[in-house]
Design a protein around this ligand. Structure first.
Ligand code: AR6
Length: 520
């Protein structure tokens, strides 16, 4: 009976809002000062075709510096230094690879080093070499995919004709591009053609941006690298095959909220939101149709091109189009998040971290919206990384996390929360980033309440967390505790924790405090 009671306040997954059911029809696709569309909007609105928008490349610090820009030069000659157009060298290499029916890793390496002479001695391709050497017979298609990726990469001037703006710090701005354009940009990332993106120097031009060239993926062989390469080569195999080439749009939106527009948490009157908690399933599968949280790094994509292999990296490997965000998204600041609408899932996986395995192709059957974007919305929000767990019991950090989650959950200015899907999340910031599961869950519930959205919370096999969250939700619903009251409780809890010698459990403490108060 007690169990029944405990569960009463939570709802079932089917009671939460999802797209396409809650979706309201979009207006015609259009560009604006803050929305850059890389395809021809008129052609799209009238004929549904995805033609690259014409324009010109800009060699400027507000835009992505493209390898095919006339200003992109490469130093040639050792004795007398002379300069040559970078794209001339790159396209010559790519086109000669594209002519082949199969290319070896040696061919790929030679081409890449030709236009990255500075890194000839530094970049190792051992992982890619071992990968191809060890791959089973049925996966031997890799060598025939390398020329196809080269062909796609060499069509860059055909796919992208206008400058891609950088999504910079402190701005709300979005970019919409076609899945074909994304594939072409990623093919260039595979062949490491992007200029000015390789220097590890902390004063380098793009030091505040994630890496985009794939060279780090090709070095340091490990089983993790094997699975990553399987997933990514499967993506390239799919997008270079005319029968399976995707044809829709994807939008990347950076959203920034000024400090003065953040809620005054102390005075928030909302009560806890609708909640579904489960230890079974995961965000991307059972949370389909909801706003799915990417447990991100402030450098979007985290270690996807290196050795990282937790929630964000896995998400990016299953949906490789997300990786292109690394090309133009500056490191996220405290009050900002990145929203991605329409990315496609190409693969399926099993396991996690060291047990992660690429399982095989995924056929994405979800519907598309009026802008031909798949009905999938992801929000990348980076939690704080606590090297020492105790650092987090501090209102400065708690408020930062509340604001970050609010930025990720808040409806955009044009949409009423009733027409938005609810949120699919879980142990945000509680794995690699060392957060306290209960504190982070409460913070996310407070932010969702303020944003007027329900939550599906996936505890990722954590049964006791499922039970405790249900109990806490029930208590807060019964007492009609407001977000402002919870904030005050957290202030007191942080003060208590800082003085205590041993860990004080947040939910026990809230329960005891509320019980004590009700007896007074
Ligand atoms: N669905 C639901 N829950 C999940 C899933 C999933 N698919 N995958 C993992 N979890 P973590 P962080 C749970 O460590 O602590 C990356 O390198 C699981 O309980 O990925 O925010 C980023 O790039 C797991 O322990 O997120 C950042 O640099 C917990 O979520 C950094 O990690 C946290 O997952 C972010 O670390």
């Amino acid at each position: 009976v007690r169990d029944e009671e405990e569960k009463r306040s939570c709802c079932s997954l089917s009671e939460l809002k999802k797209v396409p059911q809650c979706h309201v029809e979009l207006e015609q696709l259009s560009f604006s000062r803050t929305h850059n569309v890389l395809i021809d909007v008129n052609e799209f609105n009238h004929k549904r075709t995805l033609t690259p928008q014409s324009g010109h490349h800009v060699w400027h610090s507000d835009f992505v510096k493209m390898p095919c820009s006339p200003e992109s030069l490469i130093k040639t000659g050792w004795v007398t230094s002379s300069e040559q157009s970078r794209w001339e060298v790159v396209s010559e290499q790519l086109e000669s690879l594209a002519k082949k029916t199969t290319a070896s890793v040696g061919d790929v390496e030679k081409a890449i080093k030709k236009y990255n002479p500075k890194y000839e001695a530094q970049w190792s391709f051992d992982a890619l070499h071992t990968f191809v050497k060890k791959s089973p017979k049925e996966e031997k298609y890799y060598m025939s995919v390398f020329p196809k990726i080269a062909e796609l990469a060499s069509s860059l001037p055909h796919y992208i004709k206008k400058a891609i703006p950088l999504l910079q710090k402190g701005q709300t701005q979005s970019i919409t591009l076609s899945q074909g354009q994304i594939a072409c940009l990623l093919a260039n990332a595979f062949y490491c053609t992007f200029p000015h993106r390789n220097s590890p120097n902390p004063r380098a031009e793009y030091h505040n941006y994630p890496t985009i060239n794939f060279n780090s993926l090709f070095e340091k062989w490990s089983e993790r690298k094997r699975e990553k390469l399987r997933a990514l080569l499967h993506y390239f195999h799919t997008v270079t095959d005319p029968a399976t080439r995707p044809s829709g749009l994807v939008t990347f939106e950076r959203r920034y909220i000024r400090d003065r527009d953040m809620p005054n948490w102390r005075s928030c009157k909302e009560t806890v939101p609708k909640l579904h908690v489960t230890s079974a399933g995961c965000i991307e599968e059972q949370g389909a149709g909801m706003l799915q949280v990417d447990f991100a790094c402030n450098m979007i994509g985290g270690g996807v091109l290196g050795s990282g292999l937790v929630q964000e990296e896995i998400l990016f490997l299953m949906n490789p189009e997300l990786i292109v965000s690394r090309l133009f998204t500056e490191k996220l600041g405290d009050n900002e998040c990145l929203f991605i609408t329409g990315s496609q899932q190409f693969s399926q996986y099993s396991g996690y971290s060291d047990t992660f395995k690429w399982v095989g192709p995924h056929r994405d059957n979800i519907e598309r919206d009026e802008w031909q974007r798949l009905h999938r919305q992801i929000v990348a929000m980076d939690a704080l990384h606590f090297r020492n767990q105790r650092e987090q019991y501090n209102m400065k950090q708690v408020t930062r996390e509340l604001n970050k989650a609010y930025c990720g959950f808040k409806a955009d200015d044009n949409t009423h929360p009733d027409f938005l899907p609810d949120i699919a999340t879980g142990n945000w910031g509680c794995g690699a980033f060392n957060g306290d599961h209960k504190l982070k869950a409460l913070i996310q519930l407070m932010a969702a309440a303020r944003a007027k959205r329900g939550v599906a919370f996936f505890t990722f096999n954590n049964l006791s967390l499922e039970r405790e969250l249900k109990n806490m939700h029930h208590l807060l619903v019964t007492l009609r505790t407001t977000v402002g009251e919870l904030y005050e409780l957290l202030v007191d809890y942080c003060a208590v924790t800082q003085l205590a010698h041993t860990h004080v459990d947040l939910f026990d403490w809230i329960r005891n405090t509320l019980k004590h108060r009700s007896q007074l």
